[in-house]
Write a protein that binds this ligand. Structure first.
Ligand SMILES: [Zn+2]
Length: 179
């Protein structure tokens, strides 16, 4: 599964039904959207990713749902916004996704579900999903731990706003125990 083309054309329903796990290493440099603000990378810089597909049948329902858990790790190099020197940024992704049949369902259910809801497809683009999630994992401002925010005044404490994405594993755990 290391061939990139394979990642752009996956049948998630079949993968979930077979409970397949996929993993691989993909060169950081090929994630062109992720690399927009990053410094040039070497071929040895890779994204380690792992995908587990599975099905769950909600209590009281007959139809099994397709799920996918994605974890990915990488180190990107960006420019420190204080000293303008390169700074390594650790990117870590661990999220679960549930697949539904249509865009309308996905939009409606994404509001109320703890997990992310995606439209299932026979030609699902895992590469795009990995890239989207890595982009979301980028820091708002890249900065060395020891570098101070030159724009913050002495009385201004830096407000670190955590991305307010709900914990998807709570929902998954609930499903598992009911199962
Ligand atoms: Zn710095």
């Amino acid at each position: 599964m290391k061939d990139l083309k394979n990642l752009q054309n996956l049948d998630v329903h079949q993968l979930a039904a077979r409970q397949e796990n996929l993993e691989g290493q993909t060169e950081l440099g090929v994630f062109t959207r992720l690399m927009v603000d990053a410094l040039p990378v070497s071929a040895s810089q890779v994204v380690d990713w792992r995908v587990s597909c599975f099905q769950r049948t909600p209590v009281g329902e007959r139809q099994a749902q397709d799920w996918l858990r994605l974890s990915a790790n990488a180190v990107a190099t960006q420019t420190c916004q204080s000293c303008l020197e390169p700074v390594d940024v650790q990117l870590a992704v661990d999220r679960v996704f549930r697949f539904v049949a249509s865009e309308e369902e996905a939009l409606r259910q994404d509001e109320e579900a703890d997990e992310d809801v995606l439209v299932g497809a026979h030609d699902f683009n895992l590469f795009d999903l990995i890239e989207d999630e890595l982009i979301l994992a980028l820091p708002f401002v890249a900065r060395h731990g020891g570098c101070i925010d030159q724009y913050a005044g002495p009385d201004e404490s830096e407000e670190v706003s955590e991305p307010s994405r709900p914990n998807p594993f709570a929902a998954l755990q609930a499903l598992k125990t009911k199962h």
